[in-house]
Design a protein around this ligand. Structure first.
Ligand code: UDP
Ligand code: MG
Length: 139
């Protein structure tokens, strides 16, 4: 059973899309095994996106991710990483399939409503960034 980190980003929480996005996750058959709302600092956002530190969008991205509350969740299921990425859609909402979350709700390549781990390696970094062992339940 694979696990992945999902984030509902500030643009989506602010527009009251949390319920709709969680509904799509459950409809896909993925199990939510951890869930909370947090507001992270600029420093915490920088640590989370450490792999992007040298990218031109890093400063703006980490400002944005610390600009308001986010909802973080751990999703579990067979092929959870790829299934959640497929549900999210392409990074740029303009290029994402209209059925996907980003295609439906994304505002821009930065404010694209959701995050998902892109590999088992990134999930292994990202899940413990937000959740302790005790916060992950057995479904
Ligand atoms: N991002 C951005 N400009 C870009 C590429 C990415 O602002 O040109 C932001 C966007 O919010 C994206 C995040 O940085 O979700 C991480 O980028 P990545 O390439 O990892 O995309 P993702 O894995 O989220 O699809
Ligand atoms: Mg990524």
């Amino acid at each position: 059973m694979e696990r992945t980190l999902a984030i509902i980003k500030p643009d989506a929480v602010e527009r009251n899309l949390t319920g709709e996005i969680l509904r799509r996750i459950e409809e896909e058959g993925l199990k939510i095994v951890a869930l909370k709302m947090v507001r992270i600092s600029k420093r915490e956002a920088e640590g989370f996106y450490d792999v992007h530190r040298e990218r031109p969008f890093f400063d703006s991205l980490t400002d944005y991710m610390s600009s308001g509350p986010i909802v973080v969740a751990v999703l579990q299921g067979e092929g959870a990483i790829e299934r959640w990425r497929n549900l999210m859609g392409a990074t740029d909402p303009a290029k994402a399939n209209p059925d996907t979350i980003r295609g439906t709700f994304g505002l821009s390549i930065e404010k694209n409503s959701v995050h998902g781990s892109d590999s088992p390696q990134s999930a292994a970094y990202e899940i413990p960034y937000f959740f302790s062992h005790l916060e992950l339940v057995n479904p």
